[in-house]
Design a protein around this ligand. Structure first.
Ligand code: PLP
Length: 448
């Protein structure tokens, strides 16, 4: 007899699974078909109970949320693959509050259509010192919008050292081409002077574009012009200076031992006509791209047809608003997770690690580690940190086991051990962290 003759029929499989699961008939039928096909293709015969179990798990996989919560023990504070900035409680509450019908584009006083932009523009202006602001879907969208609205059909001057790729396929020369603007590269890879920009300005020039080099740094024989001098040059010649800050920050990071990263307000004060920066990097809010600058230019962006394709939804507006309020109220360091992570001292982390280790006992250990900011911000800077470390003979297997926990625990494998860096883990999650660590110690012991 052909071995697959013993496989259950679709009908009997569907019947068995339907008795176990509350799922629509069509879903169970489709899952049963694909499981039977897989089994036939694998050439390995399995019994009826195994077939049923595989269909049940296929149906559950389809219906379960795939956006699983994770505890980020990587030590990289803004992990793009883990959703970048964790949101403050205030931002979470505000987003929750905006899930129903919300006056996103409705003026409640006049009882008529209102302006979406009024929710964020005044706060962005207050914090940046610019006249107005606007929010779009992300920084890539912000750059595309301002290039299209203000540069299409004209020339945009960029330093050779700043015609960079940010990651995830976002490359300045490609975005420029997409926008319909023509890239004019000036200077050299390592040194660009104000006079290089000056020599390239023609009647076709729309603006000078400065781009934060985000994920990489140049050292040694390098020169970038002073922003004030560039702004003066642009304004003398009747063009604009636009600055893509990437992460950007409203707070001075040097107070936490990080190297100087100019703030949004410093770039506005230096004379940039428009400055764009991210909502979910060092700002610490939901995904967004923020643009601040001259009202007349922000108005032009607001009226551009592309904005319709790039605009934010109501919950993101609410989350960004709450995040900006934390800055206005000068509570950002206490309320916004990314700033709590950055401002934690090594002594605090060490104390927290000691308490956790005492509760866990052997074989968990405490070791010093090193965190990074991530998200393209301050790529060469590190912050001293502490980690819970599980020495084991098969750390990759332990890491895989950790990823399967609920919530998933993401750590690092180094020196024959599994590391969980405490700086990127929020103290609120320590109870769940302990439960996960206990399971991991058991699984590591079984593997020894
Ligand atoms: C991160 C970054 C971007 C893209 O930001 P997203 O919000 O991910 O779209 C663009 N420009 C610079 C300089 C960046 O650092």
């Amino acid at each position: 007899m052909h071995p697959f003759r013993s496989l259950p029929s679709i009908d009997s499989l569907v019947g068995s699974v339907a008795a176990l699961l509350d799922a629509p008939h069509a879903v169970v039928v489709a899952a049963s078909r694909s499981v039977l096909t897989e089994i036939r293709e694998s050439g390995v015969v399995v019994d009826h109970a195994t077939c049923v179990a595989r269909v049940v798990s296929a149906v559950q996989c389809l219906l379960e949320p795939t956006l699983r919560p994770v505890l980020n023990g990587t030590g990289v504070l803004l992990q793009t693959n883990l959703g970048r900035a964790p949101l403050s409680s205030a931002a979470q509450a505000a987003m929750q509050h905006a899930t129903g019908a919300t006056a996103i584009e409705y003026d409640l006083v006049r009882g008529a259509r209102g302006e979406r932009n009024r929710h964020l523009s005044p706060l962005l202006a207050h914090l940046s010192g610019a006249e107005a602001g606007i929010a779009v879907n992300n920084t890539a969208a912000a750059v595309l919008l301002l290039l299209t609205a203000l540069g299409a059909g004209r020339e945009v001057i960029v330093s050779r050292g700043e015609a960079v790729e940010i990651g995830g396929g976002f490359r300045i020369p490609d975005v420029l081409r997409q926008s319909g603007a023509t890239l004019v590269e000036v200077g050299t890879t390592n040194r660009t002077y104000v006079r290089d920009y000056a020599a390239a300005i023609t009647e076709r020039t729309a603006f000078l574009l400065c781009v934060h080099t985000s994920n990489f740094r140049q050292f040694g024989f390098v020169h970038t012009p002073d922003k004030r001098e560039l702004a003066e040059l642009a304004h003398q010649r009747g063009i604009l200076l636009i600055d893509d800050l990437g992460s950007g920050s409203f707070l001075d990071v040097t107070q936490y031992g990080l190297s100087a990263e100019p703030t949004v307000q410093a770039h506005v004060a230096a004379g940039a006509d428009l400055v764009c920066f991210s909502g979910d990097k060092l700002l610490g809010g939901p995904q967004a791209g923020l643009i601040v600058g001259k009202s007349s230019l922000i108005d032009q962006l607001t009226r551009h047809p592309l904005l319709r394709a790039l605009r934010l939804d109501k919950t993101s507006y609410a989350g960004i608003h709450a995040t900006l309020v934390s800055y206005v109220m000068q509570r950002a360091v206490h309320e916004i997770p990314i700033w709590q992570m950055i401002s934690a001292t090594h002594a605090e982390l060490s104390h927290r690690a000691g308490t956790l280790q005492q509760s866990l006992g052997h074989p968990w250990q405490v070791r010093d580690s090193v965190s990074t900011i991530g998200g393209g911000a301050l790529p060469t800077d590190t912050l001293p940190s502490c980690a819970l470390v599980l020495p084991c003979s098969q750390p990759d297997a332990v890491a895989a086991h950790a990823r399967g926990l609920h919530p998933a625990l993401i750590g690092r494998v180094k020196d024959n051990a599994f590391w969980l860096d405490l700086r990127s883990l929020m103290p609120n999650d320590d109870e769940i962290l302990l439960a996960g660590c206990r399971l991991l110690a058991e699984s590591a012991a079984i593997r020894e």
